[in-house]
Design a protein around this ligand. Structure first.
Ligand code: ZN
Length: 273
């Protein structure tokens, strides 16, 4: 079985050579061990140990959760007050190239050349955008270990004819996909929640505080005054915790933590990503 020998962990199984196990974390007691899978690889032997554990080990407990609010026309706002500004895409070159295409005789060689240049520019912009979303999602996964985002309402995307909005929502969808991909390999949880009502709800007391889009500050009778989007992001985080956090023993602890944190939310800083 598994034994400590000095600072080494050694696996001894009858009929097999002794295997030295390299592990980065403390192993649970042998009594909880349920299965051992040994795979011989070209350069090393992999040992997979399965334990029966009721509680989440301390190392996997959540210490830095975040809720993310997606502004319709603007930026991302995080529940800790961090913001990521919406990127302005410079379309002047696209417009120039489009004009160039329309000036040329359709089907001519010059027209074909202009079409190619236009296609290249579109490609360049979308590559840049994809690259940015990769960096942004990597940064978020690095900073937080429990990430709650708004569920993308695909119905709205179809119904809404405004191009700017649909592009923004497409990017949001891509960002969620990338967050999920990167989070999975990093052992970070991503939870998607229904964002309905998150901007009207008070993150402190749960009361409904109606406000139009132009009202940028959330003010509640309970004394909570904060940036409208930060309030929404905290509500998003709370929803994620109530869906998934209970299982992780997070609920009450987190609610208390958020209350402390909220007081610390100062003026919203410009994006750091
Ligand atoms: Zn309130």
């Amino acid at each position: 079985m598994l034994k400590r020998e000095g600072n080494k962990t050694v696996l001894r199984i009858k009929g097999l050579p002794r295997i030295e196990v390299k592990t980065s974390r403390e192993l649970p007691p042998n009594g909880l061990l349920r299965a051992i899978r040994i795979t011989r690889k070209a350069l090393r032997t992999e040992v997979a140990l399965s334990y029966e554990i009721d509680d989440v080990p301390a190392a996997e407990q959540i210490t830095n959760p975040v809720g993310i609010d997606m502004g319709i026309t603007k930026r991302l706002t995080l529940s800790d007050g961090e913001t990521v500004e919406k990127r302005v895409i410079d379309r002047s070159k696209i417009i120039r190239l489009q004009r160039s295409v329309s000036r040329k005789k359709k089907g001519s060689n010059n027209w074909k050349k202009a079409v190619l240049l236009l296609a290249r520019e579109w490609q360049r912009i979308s590559d840049k955008e994809r690259d940015y979303l990769h960096r942004l999602s990597a940064e978020i996964v690095k900073m937080y270990d429990f990430i709650v985002v708004e569920k993308l309402r695909t119905k709205n995307m179809v119904r809404n004819s405004k191009l700017a909005r649909s592009i923004h929502e497409q990017n949001w969808g891509k960002l969620i996909t990338l967050l999920n991909e990167k989070a999975e390999s990093a052992g970070v949880r991503v939870v998607e929640v229904d964002p309905r009502g998150t901007s009207q709800e008070c993150s402190g007391c749960g009361a409904t505080v109606k406000k139009s889009l132009s009202v940028r500050t959330h003010r509640c009778e309970c004394g909570v005054v904060m940036d409208r989007d930060v309030n929404a992001a905290i509500n998003i985080l709370h929803r994620g915790i109530s869906i998934a956090g209970g299982k992780l023993g997070l609920e009450s602890r987190m609610a208390g933590r958020m209350r402390v944190k909220r007081a610390e939310v100062g003026p919203v800083r410009p994006g750091t990503v």
